[in-house]
Design a protein around this ligand. Structure first.
Ligand code: KIV
Ligand code: NA
Length: 275
C-alpha cells in the first residue's frame, strides 16, 4: 500500500502513456527498477531464472513470499504485483483467496497475478470483490506448458477468438490489467482496442498499453536463452564471467589480495569506506 502508483492510477493509463513493467526478485534490482518502472512484478519466472527449474511448475508459495519480501524492501514508488504460483489458486476461489491473502499480508504487495482466461472468471471476481486486485495473464500461460506442449506463439488464426474471449472475460471479472504473452501483433492490437483495462504485452507488439520483460533476460544475465521477443539491453553474464575469471587469475598468481586489502597490526578495527 506504500505505492505512489496505485491500482486506479494504473487503470487510468488505458490508452495513454505506455506502462513500463519489469520483473524483479531481489532488493537491489527492485531498487533500480523502482526508479524507472510503473509496475514491478515478482514473477514465478524466478523459478527458472534464479533457481534453475526448467519450468515454473515447481515454484511454491513460500518462494514467492521470500522473493516478494526482498522486492518489497526495494520498491516504494511502483505498483508491486506478485505471481500466484502453479497449484495455489486453480482449485477453487476460496483456495485462491486464502493464498492471495497470504501473499499480500506477508509481502506487502498491492496486487497478485494469475494465469488463465474464461476458466478463471469466478476466481478473479471472488478475489476482486474481497479486496485483492488481480492482474490477468492470457495467451501463452507458462504454467500450462504441458497442455501447450511447449512455449509456442498462441492465438494464430481461429485460436485468436478464444484469446479475445479470454481477455474480455478477465476484464469483465474485475482484473485491473491483463498480461498478453506471445501472440500475433494483430490479435494484441484488437484485444487492446476491445478491453477496457490496460494490456501489458510480452512478445505481443507495441500495440499493447504497456510492456513487460523478465529483468534477467533484458540484462543478458545468461547467454543461452534468447527468445525473439526479448531485446537485450545489457550483457551482464559476459561482464560477470570476465570479473570471475580475473579474480581466479589473481588468486592463482597471488596478485589478489595485495597490500591495499591486507590488515596491519596497528590499523584501526573495522572496514574502510568502499572504494
Ligand atoms: O513470471 C513472469 O515473469 C511473468 C511475466 C513475464 C509476465 O509472468
Ligand atoms: Na509468471
Amino acid at each position: 500500500v506504500s505505492a505512489a502508483l496505485n491500482v486506479p492510477a494504473i487503470m487510468a493509463r488505458k490508452g495513454g502513456d505506455p506502462l513500463v513493467c519489469l520483473t524483479a526478485y531481489t532488493t537491489p534490482i527492485a531498487r533500480l527498477a523502482d526508479r524507472h518502472c510503473d509496475i514491478i512484478l515478482v514473477g514465478d519466472s524466478v523459478g527458472m531464472v534464479l533457481h534453475g527449474l526448467d519450468s515454473t511448475l515447481g515454484v511454491t508459495l513460500e518462494m514467492m513470499i521470500l522473493h516478494g519480501q526482498a522486492v518489497r524492501r526495494g520498491v516504494d514508488k511502483a505498483l508491486m504485483v506478485v505471481d500466484m504460483p502453479f497449484g495455489s489458486y486453480e482449485e477453487s476461489p476460496e483456495q485462491a483467496f486464502r493464498n492471495a491473502a497470504r501473499l499480500m499480508a506477508e509481502t506487502g504487495c498491492e496486487a497478485v497475478k494469475l494465469e488463465g482466461g474464461a476458466s478463471m472468471i469466478e476466481t478473479i471476481s471472488f478475489l476482486t470483490s474481497r479486496g485483492v486486485p488481480v492482474m490477468g495473464h492470457i495467451g501463452l500461460t507458462p504454467q500450462a506448458v504441458n497442455m501447450f506442449g511447449g512455449y509456442r506463439v498462441q492465438g494464430r488464426g481461429t485460436a485468436g477468438e478464444t484469446i479475445r474471449r479470454d481477455a474480455q472475460a478477465v476484464a469483465d471479472a474485475g482484473a485491473f490489467s491483463v498480461v498478453i504473452e506471445k501472440v500475433p501483433e494483430s490479435l494484441a492490437r484488437s484485444v487492446t482496442e476491445d478491453v477496457a483495462v490496460p494490456t501489458i504485452g510480452i512478445g505481443a507488439s507495441p500495440a499493447c498499453d504497456g510492456q513487460i520483460l523478465v529483468v534477467d533476460d533484458m540484462l543478458g544475465m545468461f547467454s543461452d536463452f534468447r527468445p525473439k521477443f526479448v531485446k537485450r539491453y545489457g550483457n551482464l553474464a559476459t561482464e560477470a564471467e570476465e570479473a570471475i575469471a580475473s579474480y581466479a587469475r589473481d588468486v592463482r598468481s597471488r596478485s589478489f589480495p595485495d597490500e591495499s586489502h591486507v590488515f596491519g597490526d596497528d590499523e584501526p578495527l573495522g572496514d574502510r569506506k568502499a572504494g
